[in-house]
Ligand binder design. Sequence first.
Ligand SMILES: [Zn+2]
Length: 287
Amino acid sequence: MAFFSGVVDRLLGRQQPLPQDITFRDERSFVAQKHSCPSCHAHLEAGELENNLYVCPKCGHHYRINPAERIRTLVDPGSFQEFSQEIQSVNAIGFPGYEGKLSEAKAATGQGEAVTNGTATIDGRKVVLSIMNFKFMGGSMGSVAGEKLTRALLTGLEKQLPVVVFTTSGGMRMQEGIFSLMQMAKASAAIAQLELARIPFFAVLTDPTYGGVTASFAMLGDVIIAEPGASIGFAGPRVIESTIRQKLPEGFQKSEFQLEKGFVDTIVPRTALRKTLAFLIDTHPNR
Ligand SMILES: [Zn+2]
């Protein structure tokens, strides 16, 4: 019921905040101010996180990273070529204040939308990448984010290249009502075309991945990888707890929990991601 009332709220354009437990935690500014990890409180030297792919060298906590950092830590230097950056969101349903939110997100991230596309090589293997950014309006998927993701998938189809998508999202973008929800079907249809053409699609779920993103393309990967400790689910734990009125188990919705329950295929630390993706590309040739 919570799901359907949420959909009705969105269709009517009613404001519905993200569950508190999946809002953006600014861990990086905590590290900058206190020089310690917010997870284990170990002292961190300047530059230590950056040199360790934004993973705490003491406890293994994986910090959220933006698309530029993902590219820098994953692909062969100089190989990334962005595409589809020209398409821009518009306020199609006249949602109050949407233009302002978009401008704020663009200023905060230096990017045009919540999804960044490009082709690149990973240890010499060509791939199409589509990378979400949680800092851009909670990684919410509106028409442009959905269109960019779909174009990445179709570029893989056209160029016969494997597609790797990095998800992080609170769900669909309520400011675009039904146009936002349509993106789930559009992206899923593009993945079905890749499947027919036997082109591999790998989903890498990062912290946090929620809502319609989980309910569509994030769960359609030929291999579904998760980063350690990422929160992955449909509705947030507080919403579920208040709906079923039961205490949720320890570690609920974390990658490790979702691996045990069969929602993800493997958990790969960021430090092993390049090697793992190269291995998966080699072992999933286009047929
Ligand atoms: Zn730590």
